[in-house]
Ligand binder design. Structure first.
Ligand code: MG
Length: 181
């Protein structure tokens, strides 16, 4: 791959080479193109949101979907021949470990308000990275357990709605077993 650029000096090579994604991947693959698109969007959104990190309105980007995240992670592990290590129990351990990494960022800070007021950009970025690790392992664990996660979430939310009717539980933090008809 580098031979193509051998006529250039090293500095020029750095400026001409595409970003260092895995060179085994066919760059024409739509998933890789998607990946670059996602990354650009994420960078744009990240910049826009950092300028007003505690502002009221917030929503996620529409992409990548959970299915697209599943595919990106499947490609990542396949390229590294790591699928052999990614059985359900190992993924569960990894997921719990990443939840611990999120907790580490919050420990000893006392109560933290929504929007993380007063947090530095670098601490916000660490939260984004560790929550992403949690999300990636969660999606992969669901895949390995053959759980269609988006549909399972819909089913579970319907159960939650029935378990906690808004009219009955409004403003109360009681567990469902503590409610009587
Ligand atoms: Mg991590």
């Amino acid at each position: 791959f580098l031979e193509k650029f051998s006529h250039l000096n090293p500095i020029d090579t750095r400026t001409v080479l595409p970003e260092p994604i895995n060179t085994h991947v066919n760059p024409a693959s739509s998933l890789v193109m998607h990946f670059h698109h996602f990354r650009r969007t994420a960078q744009q959104n990240g910049t826009a949101r950092r300028s007003d990190p505690e502002g009221g309105q917030f929503s996620f980007s529409a992409e990548p979907s959970l299915e697209q995240i599943r595919r990106l992670q499947a490609e990542f592990t396949e390229e590294r021949d790591w699928s052999q290590f990614h059985q359900p129990r190992n993924l569960l351990m990894a997921l719990v470990g990443e939840v611990g990494e999120v907790a580490e960022l919050f420990q000893w800070r006392g109560e933290v308000s929504e929007g993380l007021p007063g947090w530095s950009d670098s601490d916000r970025e660490k939260v984004a990275q560790e929550l992403s690790d949690v999300c990636i392992y969660l999606v992969e664990l669901a895949e390995k357990c053959r759980v269609d996660l988006p549909q399972a979430v819909l089913r579970k939310m319907e159960l939650n709605r029935r378990k906690y009717p808004a009219s009955k539980v409004h403003g109360s933090a009681k567990k469902y077993t503590e409610y009587t008809d």
